[in-house]
Design a protein around this ligand. Structure first.
Ligand code: KE4
Length: 427
């Protein structure tokens, strides 16, 4: 008897490319049949066959207060009863703009959009309009959504111009993007010395979460800020994942680095499509209808998404919220590491705030190259064994994981116990 998951996947593949509406969901990196979820509550999700999992993906970060938090559900219901959208300004958009600018001091002005991709795509256009320059710099392994200029991989050999990492991206567009090595301050310094006056913007994940989790080196963050200031390039911190995830002030507050522009998403939408970009007033005032840089969106500031975001952002301001979240993530990473090492398995893990990385490697990776040398097959085996045991990790060795305020120390202890059992039978 095939499971409901299998039936749904077989049917979905006939109508939806790969059976999914976003590639990572298809389990191609880990193998097997993707889970179709039917319900979430707190730290748990249930698949189409009614099996419960402790959830460490949380919709890729948004579910920081847990699934179906009553305050969030009620805010959405109340907002929906007033109207699902107007395509016109609402007071709630001003309310969330005021809250975002209060929580993130670098935000002098902010605009709401509907996805992280829109936020980063627009921040780059804005930086180009503000500086009058075309070149942008990103880092290998960082993901900033799927706009053409960001689907770019490092040029081969000495070529510092990027090459498309997706078909359909014209080489001419990719060539305007330079891809450097994350955490390589010296390499950044060298590139700026050659090309600094041509750089419109540098976009970076202040904690990388799309090549598994990579922690920034202090000298790398310092070089980013100092060089962008020196050469008049716009420093864009892509905090779509780290915003309100690593601390209430995001990674910029956690590490004390002030961006010129910042992009936000995930947590600030509480699971609904709300994202944003913002920063220096002199840059933001270049945006239509004030300035010449165009950007628009039918659903921007949608009142239901804003309601979910506001309710979530109110909850994360609770006393001790991030101390508790960080403690849960630390309990998990330290417990998994101890269990693996007890059984002589090359495994390590780390966390920053409420996000974590798991690596089948002797030491913590600090670069894209080091992440790529981790044992992906071992991760995939671990992923499926944990899934079987009722624990849902990110379905890729190159993604970060997330805890929520709904997870308890007992949930984490049960996760560690399941891993310990798997490691004890590890050949
Ligand atoms: P969206 O367009 O998917 O809302 O955001 C793109 C984005 C931008 N910046 C960062 C730092 C991000 O992590 C993301 C999206 N993250 C992935 C998870 N690694 C979303 C999951 C998916 O692609 O389905």
């Amino acid at each position: 008897m095939t499971s409901k998951n299998d039936q749904l996947f077989a049917s979905s593949q006939k109508l939806i490319p790969g059976g999914v509406n976003s590639p990572v969901r298809a389990f191609r990196s880990v193998g097997g049949t993707p889970l179709f979820f039917q319900r979430g509550q707190g730290a748990y999700v249930w698949d189409a066959d009614g099996k419960r999992y402790t959830d460490f993906v949380g919709s890729w970060g948004p579910m920081i207060v847990g699934h179906c938090h009553p305050d969030v559900v009620k805010a959405v219901q109340d907002a929906a009863a007033q109207g699902l959208g107007f395509g016109a300004p609402t007071a709630s958009e001003l309310e969330i703009a005021e809250l975002l600018c209060k929580l993130l001091p670098s935000l002098e002005m902010v605009r709401l959009v509907s996805s992280g991709t829109e936020a980063t795509m627009t921040a780059i256009r804005l930086a180009r309009g503000f500086t009058g320059r075309s070149r942008i710099v990103k880092f290998e392994g960082c993901y900033h959504g799927h706009s053409d200029g960001l689907l770019v991989k490092a040029g081969s050999g000495a070529l510092t111009f990027g090459q498309p990492s997706s078909s359909g991206v014209p080489a001419e567009i990719a060539a305007l993007t330079t891809v450097l090595d994350y955490n390589d301050a010296a390499g950044l310094e060298k590139y700026f010395a050659e090309m600094g006056n041509e750089i419109a913007a540098v976009i970076v994940e202040p904690v990388a979460g799309n090549m598994n989790l990579i922690v920034p080196k202090p000298e790398f963050l310092k070089a980013l800020r100092d060089l962008c200031t020196k050469y008049g390039a716009v420093l864009i911190l892509d905090e779509v994942m780290t915003g309100f995830r690593v601390s209430l002030q995001g990674a910029q507050g956690y590490y004390g680095i002030k961006p010129d522009l910042v992009t936000l998403g995930k947590v600030m939408g509480g699971g609904l499509p709300a994202a944003a970009f913002g920063g220096r007033r002199d840059i933001m005032q270049c945006l239509a209808p004030l300035g010449a840089v165009y950007q628009a969106g039918t659903l921007s500031g949608n009142p239901i998404a804003v309601a979910a975001g506001m309710a979530t952002l109110k909850l994360v301001q609770a006393e001790g919220f991030y101390e508790n979240l960080s403690a849960l993530a630390k309990q998990l990473t330290e417990g998994l590491t101890a269990a693996a090492q007890k059984h002589g398995i090359d495994f390590c893990a780390q966390s920053v705030g409420g996000m974590f990385g798991l690596y089948f490697s002797k030491s913590l990776p600090t670069s894209y190259a080091e992440v790529m040398s981790c044992d992906k097959e071992a991760f995939n085996r671990f992923f499926h064994a944990m899934l079987e045991a009722g624990f849902y990790l990110a379905p890729s060795a190159f993604e970060a994981g997330f805890v929520s305020a709904a997870h308890t120390p007992a949930d984490i202890a049960a996760t560690i116990a399941a891993a310990d059992k798997i490691f004890s039978a590890w050949k």
